[in-house]
Write a protein that binds this ligand. Structure first.
Ligand SMILES: Nc1nc2c(ncn2[C@@H]2O[C@H](COP(=O)(O)OP(=O)(O)OP(=O)(O)O)[C@@H](O)[C@H]2O)c(=O)[nH]1
Ligand SMILES: [Mg+2]
Ligand SMILES: [Zn+2]
Length: 276
């Protein structure tokens, strides 16, 4: 029988097959060969012996949290408390895109904004949508659920942005304690060992502890411009143009014409500076 690992606690694996859950152990041969089954793995189980006998090839393997076969990352960005951090948002989009994972942007805490501030966020949303991303507000639960159906999804975003709250809004099944993870977060072994996929109408969603800084140093400076997807369609004078100080740079022209959002471009330059 084929299923998916949705939870691992020490060497006990919870495998989901349709709507049934099986507690399994892994065949000894995996350990001998140094293979570790991961949350998100598609596996074959021997249901008579509750044993994982085969791990199917992975499409990708995320390190934090440790999950295999991730389709989407929901980037949770609060617009207040903590204040909207567009540099962090663009960094996360870049990092996720670099890992061949499709980002979904969800803004939270719009209820804390004045009407004028709300218009600014509406405009931002329109820009990110216009370049090809799915963007939602956290009260649009039905649309979010539709967007992630049948996918493996990780949540990403600042501590306190509202990631756990979002899961609770999408489903009443789990009642995750909000702020729970960050308070317990001692970078301990337990957090990673207990990565769990929550089943939300057949989407499998991993809650993730927040973070304050993000390292993009694995991206080469030549690769960065390709993960700013709206830059891709412009051909500059120099083929390897970094859209920085080169002349005849089409991207810079589009920024001047306000076709490219200024914050996107300045965040690109900031990240470029960081990884150089
Ligand atoms: N006003 C308002 N508060 C919200 C909203 N979403 C979340 N919150 C509050 O923000 C606080 C932090 O929410 P959490 O869901 O714990 O944040 P988190 O991203 O899981 O944080 P970490 O686990 O630390 O990474 C909680 O007090 C929530 O009640 C929202 O849309 N509006
Ligand atoms: Mg949380
Ligand atoms: Zn250029």
């Amino acid at each position: 029988m084929n299923g998916k690992i949705i939870r691992i606690i020490s060497n006990l694996y919870t495998v989901k097959i349709d709507d049934m859950l099986y507690g399994c152990r892994a065949r000894g041969i995996f350990r001998q060969r140094g293979i570790t089954p991961l949350v998100g793995d598609n596996v074959v189980i021997d249901s008579d012996n509750n044993l994982i006998v085969k791990i199917l090839p992975r499409k990708n393997e995320l390190k934090r949290p440790v999950i295999a076969n991730v389709d989407n990352a929901i980037i949770v960005a609060s617009v207040k408390k903590p204040n909207l951090d567009l540099l962090l948002l663009d960094k996360l989009i870049a990092l996720v895109t670099y890992n061949d994972i499709e980002p979904i942007i969800v803004f939270t805490k719009l209820d804390l904004l004045t009407a004028e501030e709300k218009i600014e966020i509406d405009n931002l949303r329109s820009y990110y949508e216009s370049i090809g991303y799915s963007v939602f507000y956290n009260n649009e639960t039905a649309r979010i659920i539709k967007c992630i159906k049948d996918k493996i999804v990780v949540l990403a975003g600042q501590s306190g942005a509202g990631k756990s709250t979002l899961i609770n809004r999408l489903t009443s099944k789990y009642n995750i304690e909000t702020r729970e993870i960050s308070e317990a977060l001692g970078r301990g072994k337990h957090t990673t060992r207990h990565t769990e996929l929550y089943d939300i109408d057949n989407a499998l969603v991993a809650d993730t502890p927040g973070f304050s800084s993000l390292d993009l140093s694995m991206i080469d400076k030549e690769e960065l411009k390709d993960v700013f997807i709206e830059f891709r369609k412009y051909t500059c004078k120099y083929r390897d143009c970094l859209h920085n100080r080169e002349d005849d740079c089409k991207v810079k022209k589009e920024v001047e014409k306000k076709e490219i959002l200024l914050s996107r471009y300045s965040n690109y330059l900031k990240i470029l500076e960081e990884i150089k």
